[in-house]
Ligand binder design. Structure first.
Ligand code: PXP
Length: 252
């Protein structure tokens, strides 16, 4: 332990599921941009949104409004396609997180195969980077994928925490050990390490406590919890748990 305090752990609030509820009726309510503004008001460090090919979450016009209205960095999650690349280059969000996308999936199941898709990913990462967009790859906590991200020139990786969140007991401890190792390996490779997917009040602290992790992106749980306690209080409580986990944790 060096005694150096770890850097602030950023919280990116994913507002996709506000859009999911809005889209269920096809109107304008609830407005994901209003949710982003509410998140900003209680200290979110950034807003994350996934423009899916089928537009089941946010829509193109939401990106326009998020870019103009929120005053926080936007992390646009997108599949590695020409259509999404063109949209990202037009809007120039702060960051783009490249995610695997299959039309029939309920949510982003598993990480991107950066190691197996180098040829497809390389030009997309380069063009986003050339436009000044910070590129992140959403990968499983696996050293092969980290090395591929580094070789591809992506400055950031986001570790998929879904398997950790879905499991309990010993299996969950094993998944946490994978995330812990990947966070260390990522920093050693010179990557900025983020994490997300499935995080909740009940499971966030062990991940937030990892000093190598710079940012968590959290959506579904916060939007669901907002039904019961409101969005502001849900985000504040998540922030408090992240801060508690970091308190006393020092950089290695
Ligand atoms: N990070 C990435 C890359 C994601 O694809 C998602 C889900 O869209 C999240 C974080 C947030 O996951 P959850 O909604 O389960 O908190």
């Amino acid at each position: 332990m060096s005694g150096t305090k770890t850097a602030h752990l950023r919280l990116g609030v994913n507002i996709d599921h506000v859009a999911t509820i809005r889209n269920a009726r096809g109107g304008e309510h609830p407005d994901p941009v209003r949710a982003a503004l509410a998140a900003a008001a209680v200290g979110a460090d950034g807003i994350t949104a996934h423009l899916r090919e089928d537009r089941r979450h946010i829509r193109d016009e939401d990106i326009d409004r998020l870019m103009k209205e929120i005053g926080l960095p936007l992390n646009l999650e997108m599949a590695a396609t020409e259509e999404m690349l063109e949209i990202a280059l037009r809007h120039r969000p702060h960051a783009c997180c490249i995610v695997p996308e299959r039309r029939e999936e309920v949510t982003t199941e598993g990480g991107l195969d950066a190691a197996g898709q180098r040829e497809k990913l390389a030009p997309i990462i380069r063009r986003l980077g050339d436009a000044g967009i910070r590129v992140s790859l959403f990968i499983n906590p696996d050293v092969r994928q980290l090395e591929a991200a580094r070789a591809l020139g992506a400055p950031v990786v986001e570790l998929h925490t879904g398997a950790y969140c879905d499991r309990t007991g010993l299996e969950q401890a094993e998944e946490l050990a994978r995330i812990t190792k990947a966070a260390r390996d990522g920093v050693e490779l010179g990557l900025e390490v983020h994490a997300g997917h499935g995080l909740s009040f009940g499971n966030v602290k062990p991940v937030a406590a990892l000093p190598q992790i710079a940012e968590l992106n959290i959506g579904h749980f916060l939007i669901g919890e907002a039904i019961f306690i409101g969005l502001g209080p849900a985000i504040r409580q998540m922030r408090a748990l992240m801060d508690e986990a970091r308190a006393g944790v020092h950089a290695a």
